[in-house]
Ligand binder design. Structure first.
Ligand code: SF4
Ligand code: SF4
Length: 111
């Protein structure tokens, strides 16, 4: 019987989202985000605002500045952890898994 040692590598990612119905197009999130995540959708919500979308969400570093500055509580930033399990015997057989770990900005969460 052979022994297999498993090492796990965790990599944090962040998933910013905008509630389009709450956005009032103030652009504060675009100004504060240093990685250029946000762009205008070019589409209007029911209130008549061209809402913002996180078009380049993969660039998010989780700084939470957008969440803090949005006056309309329209932004959430979710932390996601990718777990890459690697076997010492077969390092190239890594199995990716995704675990949702935290959500900041859920409606109803007091700041
Ligand atoms: S800060 Fe909030 S309300 Fe202003 S554009 Fe960004 S998502 Fe919309
Ligand atoms: S958390 Fe920071 S990097 Fe991510 S979208 Fe918001 S301002 Fe940009």
């Amino acid at each position: 019987m052979s022994e297999t040692s498993i090492s796990k590598t965790r990599k944090k990612r962040f998933r910013p989202e905008v509630n389009s119905a709450l956005c009032k197009e103030c652009q504060y999130c675009r100004e504060v985000c240093e990685t250029g995540v946000f762009e205008s959708s070019g589409l209007f919500n029911k209130a008549g605002y061209r809402y913002i979308i996180p078009r380049h969400a993969e660039k998010c570093d989780g700084c939470m500045k957008c969440f803090t500055i949005c006056p309309d509580f329209a932004i959430t930033v979710e932390e996601v952890v990718d777990i890459l399990a690697q076997s010492a015997d077969a390092a190239d057989a890594a199995t990716p898994a995704t675990a949702k770990t935290a959500v900041a900005g859920d409606p109803g969460v007091a700041r």
